[in-house]
Ligand binder design. Structure first.
Ligand code: CU
Length: 321
């Protein structure tokens, strides 16, 4: 079955909320705080301080399926153009695209969020080959681009995460599918809560429960010693992207609260409050920076069914297991 067919089969009426907070050292966090995080990062679309249309349910927040990010190429009048990129693997080239408004005009003015006007996430449909990068805008043409080469064949999803200019603009995550020719060797994501990257060991503690907030704690060590020199990267001590296995629904979780001050460091723990929209498998990607270098640790976590609580639209009942 191809990615398009899989997408089409995916259920409606899901409820999403995926919260986050950064740089908290304490492992015990009051529920009220978790609710606040969930509420804040419900707007994980970068529109800090604007109402995203989320509704409050029992003191926490939930979003309707309309608020699920990264499942459409157009929203609120904005469209992600077709993505130009090398057709096959091992061909150095460029990846480029435009964001167009309702009249088809390329958008050249954005609201900076987390140090950038646009965040680009690329992942293969099986969750592998993840990249979080920042293309450059040619304001004369409205084209975003960066040097690009594919390392593996397959069906990819490109996510553009941005906020248009304007006081009322809210953040958007638009997505396109890009096919890369070549022999395709899919990877089946298996649950994993420890990753080794760049000499660091990153472990994830906590559980995901559909429909309710729970804590995820990421701990970074090196040679068995806690790493306490996490540096701010894009205005936070860590960035967490979660993609839902099956449709790659996109959850970009940024820092809550105060941005780190210049020169401030943190570690070894980064705390997130997370609420999965549904039971099932999620791929999680943590970007963190030490000594000026950014590393990405990857995890796979299965969200369990909640205790019967469902959102206002109800959850899917068949989990297909
Ligand atoms: Cu980014």
């Amino acid at each position: 079955m191809n990615a398009g067919a899989r997408l089409a089969l995916y259920g409606l009426g899901l409820v999403v909320a995926f919260g986050g907070a950064f740089g908290l050292a304490d492992a015990v966090i009051p529920t009220s705080v978790v609710s606040d995080w969930t509420k804040g990062t419900e707007m994980n679309n970068h529109d800090d301080g604007h109402d995203s249309g989320a509704t409050s349910v029992n003191g926490s927040t939930s979003a309707t399926a309309d608020n699920l990010k990264g499942l459409a190429l157009g929203l609120n009048g904005y469209v992600l153009s077709p993505v130009e990129a090398p057709a096959g693997i091992g061909e150095p080239g460029e990846l480029s695209f435009q964001i167009q408004d309702a009249s088809g005009t390329p958008v050249t003015e954005y609201t900076t969020a987390h140090d950038k006007d646009l965040h680009l996430i690329v992942a293969r449909s099986d969750g592998s080959q993840f990249r979080h990068v920042h293309p450059v805008l040619d304001v004369s043409t409205g084209t975003w681009s960066l040097p690009w080469e594919w390392a593996a064949a397959g069906s990819y999803r490109v996510f553009a995460d941005f906020t248009p200019a304007g006081a009322d603009a809210s953040g958007l995550t638009l997505t396109r599918t890009v096919q890369v020719a070549g022999e395709f060797a899919p990877v089946a994501p298996q649950p994993t809560q420890v990753d080794q990257v760049g000499g660091f060991t990153v472990s994830l503690d906590g559980d995901l429960v559909a429909g309710s907030a729970s804590e995820l704690m990421l701990t970074i060590t090196r040679d068995g010693e806690p790493v306490t020199a996490l540096e701010p990267y894009l205005g936070a001590f860590g960035h967490l992207v979660a993609l839902r296995d099956g449709d790659l629904a996109y959850l970009h979780v940024h820092a809550e609260g105060e941005e780190p001050r210049a020169g401030e460091i943190s570690g070894p723990e980064i705390a997130f409050a997370a609420e999965a929209p549904t039971a099932g498998r999620y791929m999680l990607y943590l970007d963190f920076q030490v000594n000026g270098q950014v590393h990405t640790a990857e995890f796979v976590l299965d969200a369990t069914h909640g205790d019967g609580a469902t959102g206002p639209d109800g959850e899917s009942h068949e989990d297909g297991h």
